[in-house]
Design a protein around this ligand. Sequence first.
Ligand code: UDP
Length: 361
Amino acid sequence: MKKIVTILGARPQFIKSSAVSRQILKHNKKFDSLKEIIIHTGQHFDERMSNIFFDEMSIQKPKYFLDINDKSHGAMTGQMIEKIEQALLKENPDWVLVYGDTNSTLAGAIAASKLNIKIAHVEAGLRSFNMQMPEEINRILTDRLSSILFCPTDTAIKNLQNEGISNWKNEVRTSLCGDVMLDCSLFYKKLAKKPINIQLDNEYVLCTIHRAENTDNKTRLQNIFSGLNEISKKIQIILPIHPRTKNLIQNINIDKSNIKIVEPVGYLNMIWLIDNCNLVLTDSGGLQKEAYFFKKNCITLRDETEWTELVDIGANQLAGTNKNDILDAYTRFMNVSDAHFELKLYGDGNASKSIVSELAR
Ligand code: UDP
């Protein structure tokens, strides 16, 4: 029996891990050879940012809940390393499985590496080449410490090659497995639910904003809302608001009355909202791809993206936070939508299957 300790902490990780955990259960029906234990760092902790995903997606209850949140990056990561180390010493797993690029990812990787436990990183090799982003720091360091790098795209593999992965420690392996978020979208599409408490027009734009580079910079946030305000005069904007953004927009002096700001929604509602919207406007990493999975164009409220292939094929436009650029991108996509949504940029929906078979090897 191989023991896997999965480290989770933030909303996108709950979603991504659900696909792999489901696959572990499937694998065990046949082979009964993997045991998964979950550590939840507590980075996202409330009903709408955490519990709803565990409930809706039937994710196993975490054995360890560390309750570390609402702290500066250093304090949060440091406290997580300490508590994850204690749990790993008790569990002594064969693998530590980490997802994406949050402080929980990095803390898990550091704690495991110091105990010489092998690390598997899902969503490895992604780069924005913007070292101002905490996520970029987290993913570069996590990749460097991992033994298996599960890459969603060719670009991710190339990024690792460019960083000289062949000269890293001997046993490091890359696996081009596709994107676990595609597995999730395909699985949950059948279960998607129209939100009953949001009054929707027939046509709407789905928007999310949470990235620190936008929320923690008043000018950028102001500019984004200025663009949103213009767009909301033409079409309904649904904005499920991230708790971080919720607090900060109180200080934004722009008319927001036309923008439908709602509480964060669960994944089943979110998938429905993506599937039925006209366009996505976001600074989220995951949502850029989900827009593509559901054949929607996406305006990205950032200056760069890790998912460059979406820009290359014309499905995604990087608008940054300039009001006119946001409006231009909106006009472009409302008039023309000619991207090749049929391309299999993110695999075939079996990423979690290849991840689990690698871990079980
Ligand atoms: N999401 C959700 N409810 C919301 C907003 C987002 O379920 O109210 C989902 C979204 O569909 C995607 C994931 O959360 O699957 C993305 O998480 P987030 O944008 O917080 O993080 P990122 O992808 O930027 O790391």
